[in-house]
Design a protein around this ligand. Sequence first.
Ligand SMILES: Nc1ncnc2c1ncn2[C@@H]1O[C@H](COP(=O)(O)OP(=O)(O)OP(=O)(O)O)[C@@H](O)[C@H]1O
Ligand SMILES: [Mg+2]
Length: 249
Amino acid sequence: MIELSNIIKSFNGNLVLKDINLHIQKNKIYAILGPSGSGKSTLLRCINLLEIADSGNMRLCDVNIDFKSKIKKYDILKIRKHTGMVFQNYNLFANKTALQNITQSLISVHKYKKQQAYEIGMYYLSLVGLKDKANFYPNALSGGQQQRIGIARALAFNPDIILLDEPTSALDPELVDEVLNTIKLIKDKTMILVTHELHFAQKIADMIIFMSDGEIIEVSTPNNFFNSPKTIRAQQFLSKFNNYTDYII
Ligand SMILES: Nc1ncnc2c1ncn2[C@@H]1O[C@H](COP(=O)(O)OP(=O)(O)OP(=O)(O)O)[C@@H](O)[C@H]1O
Ligand SMILES: [Mg+2]
């Protein structure tokens, strides 16, 4: 589904992704874990071209990107049609209702008719349990509700791939579960989730990708990663979580 080869990305001479190679399989759930600053968000953003890597190649569905060449607008659009993104801070439009937040790109980018977009929007609002909030503006919704709208928006155009960057880290602890439960509703998608929720990652992911200092250090099953991490860096990362043993199956 996605093949990343030799991806390099730096910001002002600071090397943030150091030769990333990664194969993402269709309809599997991947959780990216790792310390702060290790390049998790940058990697996710390079995948949907919110950031442009300095070099390397990406194949995503039917799109081939050579980061050394100028990226065509047409390819950016194609990548965006394949990928729905959920952001840490929801990124909802404050001046649009919950429903309009979902329908806007359906109409402007994906060229749905208004009525069709409305029906799709209402369907996804129901899916995330917020049909009754369709006409509410974001500031009248809790953080958890806003993020559930963010998830509905990412799902609404039926992308093959969902990218989630710490979707619960801006939330008060009591609101985290409602968003995690909403993520569990996502079916038949390829999903890449950056998270600090280790327990959730262990339960939901097919594969764990552990990053440290701009590199992918381990790619392994949750069972292997949490029970017998191969590298010292992964062991150190896991030992920082006091209740690490809670995560062992
Ligand atoms: N737009 C940017 N301009 C300059 N430096 C950046 C930019 N985005 C990220 N960086 C730097 O790249 C490095 C990796 O950042 P990134 O946000 O990818 O880390 P992360 O693993 O997502 O961290 P966190 O867990 O804190 O979200 C950091 O050192 C960060 O300061
Ligand atoms: Mg991040």
